[in-house]
Design a protein around this ligand. Sequence first.
Ligand code: MG
Length: 228
Amino acid sequence: MRRLLLFDVDGTLVRGGPAKVAFHEALVATYSATGPIEVHEFSGKTDPQIARELLRLAGLDDASIDAGLPSLFERYVDGLRDRLPAAPVEVLPGVHELVESLAEAADVALGLVTGNVLEGARLKLAGPGLDGLFEIGGFGSDSEERNDLPGIALERARERWNVHFGPDEVFVIGDTPRDVECGRAHGLRTLAVATGSYGDRELRAAGADVVLADFSDARAARDLLLAG
Ligand SMILES: [Mg+2]
């Protein structure tokens, strides 16, 4: 058995933390605008996608948005780093046990597919000690399009482990229909977990191969991810 498991971050491994506050501050500092950040849907989207959607709604054109993105994400990452000690993320039930048991399993490679920019993902996972377990990934800093991210992660896995993982050997794991869609776009297997803002029915309707309420039964989740 050989497996590549690509985990989303927010709503899947962790929740909470100061990301939205840090993002808000970075938008104001960079563009003097935030758009409708309090009501906008963030889940399953990449960080640059969220920035572009908000700033377009604030009336900015794409050239102005693009010109500010490097400063925006520099400020955002700095803000996240400053704020995380006082407002740490919460690790979701069963995640420590699940991920640590997978990391110890033979022939299992762990990575991330997340809309977070790379440094944002690393910072969120570093506090609870999860960052070192995911050696490769596809990130919002690689592409604004979530559907691009599994392909980027697969390429990095090929470089890292010198293994070409077949579609049946890869699970994309996340908490939103967008996670499921990006895995399906590459013909990969998908496991959805209803610990974000979507329920069992919406995740099944998106076409997830497996849907779990949460990872509290870490052993069962592990067996599902390693089956077949
Ligand atoms: Mg998520």
